[in-house]
Design a protein around this ligand. Structure first.
Ligand code: MTE
Length: 329
């Protein structure tokens, strides 16, 4: 496993705060003078504003493989996990989130409003949420609906544990999630060409939310989440297409009926509510039979067969027993 131990963290990653701020000022000053250009790519700015911090967590081990908590497949390098992203709030290009989010997204302080059919509604600060749960690592495959995939060592706690704390009533049949809406911080939300009706919304059926695989992630590769990956808290649902794994969550609502979700609203014939990874049901515009495992090069040797439920059938197939997966795609 490629967990970075604290002794191997580069000194550039643990720059003292005052020195860090000086360097930020220098770079911002240089930018104002027009000196940031070819000589100082924006990517360097993203690294300069790396706000990630090491986390304490229980490591994933091969013993968790039968539960789906671990895969021994080669991890996608940190660089690719954090520079090839979908986070439309920061633009539609794959490199937009890593260029803009680290600088623009303020993730501390952060709070999550929890409402609906639960006994403990409220607005909870990140620290209050974090202190309730032990963090653990989960090494999951992430399969995007665009037919690329990664293997990522996430850190988090199960949504099940969070739901048990919040105590849903018998009326709670679905869980809906909402990303931060703040056009000042999120340039994609200001864009006239944006296709999403903000804020980004997602949802799960209650039994999906309670599955042991469903993770509230607060970190990856041993550290807190980089902004471009959905800091400070996001969902990870490994058997579903990546768009279900909503980032930078500020709202969780427990509902009686299925919530409207962003991609389903945008193109209901292309993106269903369930969005379970399924090689047998093509997207109307492309096949889902195979995927490109990142990083991939010019001569694309990394194409592989896509597995039903992204290889997590043993853990989740029962949830969909008797359902027509072509209709409920
Ligand atoms: N969450 C929000 N708020 N906005 C987004 O644009 N993109 C989704 C999902 N969560 C998205 C989001 C898509 S399409 C994918 S594939 C995953 O995030 C990508 O996660 P990653 O960039 O951390 O790999």
């Amino acid at each position: 496993m490629l967990i970075k131990k604290s002794e191997t963290i580069k000194s550039s990653e643990i720059t003292g705060e005052s020195q860090y701020l000086k360097r930020r000022d220098f770079i911002k000053g240089a930018a104002a003078m027009g000196l940031v250009g070819a000589a100082m790519p924006k990517q360097l700015l993203a690294e300069e504003v790396d706000k990630t911090k090491p986390l304490q967590f229980k490591k994933a081990t091969a013993a968790g493989e039968s539960k789906g908590f671990y895969t021994g497949e080669t991890l996608t390098p940190y660089k690719d996990v954090t520079s090839y992203n979908n986070f439309y709030e920061f633009g539609m290009g794959k490199s937009d989130p890593s260029r803009f989010a680290p600088d623009d997204l303020i993730t501390d302080p952060w709070s999550v409003k929890v409402a609906g059919h639960i006994k403990n509604p409220g607005t909870y600060h990140m620290e209050d949420i974090l202190k309730r749960f032990d963090l653990e690592e989960r090494i999951y495959r992430l399969r995007c609906v665009e037919a690329w995939s990664m293997v990522i060592p996430w850190i988090g706690f199960t949504l099940k544990d969070m739901i048990q704390w919040l105590e849903p009533t018998s009326k709670a049949k679905y869980v809906a999630f909402e990303t931060l809406y703040d056009p000042k911080q999120m340039p994609g939300q200001r864009s006239f060409t944006s296709i999403i009706h903000w804020p980004y919304r997602e949802g799960l059926r209650m039994d999906e939310a309670m599955n042991d695989l469903t993770l509230m992630s607060v970190g990856l590769y041993g550290k807190t989440l980089p902004a471009q990956n959905g800091a400070p808290i996001r969902l990870v649902v490994p058997w579903k297409y990546g768009f279900k794994s909503i980032k930078s969550i500020v709202g969780i609502h427990f509902l009686e009926s299925a919530p409207e979700t962003s991609w389903e609203r945008l193109a209901p014939n292309e993106y269903g509510f369930y969005a379970n990874v399924n090689p047998n049901v093509s997207h109307p515009r492309w096949s889902q039979a195979t995927e490109r495992r990142l990083p991939s090069g010019l001569f694309d040797f990394s194409r592989r067969k896509t597995e039903i439920f992204n290889g997590y059938g043993d853990q989740v197939a029962d949830l969909y027993k008797g359902m027509d997966l072509r209709k409920n795609f």
